[in-house]
Design a protein around this ligand. Sequence first.
Ligand SMILES: NC(=O)c1ccc[n+]([C@@H]2O[C@H](COP(=O)([O-])OP(=O)(O)OC[C@H]3O[C@@H](n4cnc5c(N)ncnc54)[C@H](OP(=O)(O)O)[C@@H]3O)[C@@H](O)[C@H]2O)c1
Length: 337
Amino acid sequence: MRVYEVQKGTTSLEGLRMAQRPDPQPGWHQLLIRVRAVSLNYRDHMVTLGRYFGGAVSRDTIPLSDGAGEVVAAGPGVTRFKAGDRVAGTFFQVWKDGPRSSSPPALGVPLDGTLAEYIALDQDGVVAIPTHLSFEEAAALPCAGVTAWHALMAAGRPVRAGDTVLCLGTGGVSTLAMQLAHAAGARVIVTSSSDAKLERARKLGASDTINYTATPEWEKEVARVTGGRGVDCVIEIGGAGTLARSMQSLGFGGKVCLIGFLGGPTGDTSPFPLMMKAASLHGISVGSTHMFEDMNRAIEQNRIQPAIDRVYPFEQAPDAYRRLASGDFFGKLVIAV
Ligand SMILES: NC(=O)c1ccc[n+]([C@@H]2O[C@H](COP(=O)([O-])OP(=O)(O)OC[C@H]3O[C@@H](n4cnc5c(N)ncnc54)[C@H](OP(=O)(O)O)[C@@H]3O)[C@@H](O)[C@H]2O)c1
């Protein structure tokens, strides 16, 4: 089969190469899946740069955590799926439910990932995809979607109708968060460096938009548009560089869900606003199989279609990576396999 590999020790996109590997065979409890589409996450860019946790990959590794396809064969002991089922793999392969008690291995690093024509996964590391979604749309869900769902619905008090959610930026996690929050009946405020992207965010249900380049003190604008009340949930993808403003954007009893680190390595992270507002800070690490299934029910019920910026053919996978690195996209970048 055709795959891409991030070669051992890689520190640039030059180390992403198309290669041939033997077709995998489904073992005990495993499904053989013909991958139809995969999507990129910021993490995948860091992996090719050798800057993901732990540094460069220590063996030639098939990259990417997110993919959707169809089951072509079931190994012995499989009970949950059959040939022909439309499925996606879960980011963590062995976190079924409940609180995470360890660091389970994830697809794409350290496990071989989804940028391959076939993949064999344990049936417990696979979920059925919403019936109204294409494979390209479903491929957007395993990391970005589940992370957004975890933050909104499983961390602390779940977001409910009438709440206000602040989403930072218009990348994969934030666009899925805005779609899920809007479907739950929440008011959604979105920040972006681009007015054109903010226009697209309004089409996905954002009611208030703030250009964080033109308005660097965006927490003041959040306070203004909420009449001084603040928000109930922040999708915090900036980390240390944005955390202080996120905490200042909160209303009483609100939560900041700490997801990413795109806003730079340093900043004022004084936790004082959390104390004054009886608010909370939740570290988010993608999510469990159970969360993925809960999210898929909500996506199906609300006919949500993840925002796909562009679908690249398999042969042009490096171009998709280059686009990810440029930041010039809205939502998700997908590769058809
Ligand atoms: N903890 C977890 O489980 C988890 C899961 C998924 C992702 N993450 C992390 O979360 C972050 C986002 O991941 P992703 O895959 O959604 O990334 P992505 O799709 O690459 O998102 C990129 C977008 O983030 C926005 N952004 C960058 N710096 C910003 C800032 N200072 N303020 C506001 N927005 C900013 C930009 O939006 P505009 O172009 O609109 O300005 C940019 O286009 C990454 O750090 C990733 O590693 C963590």
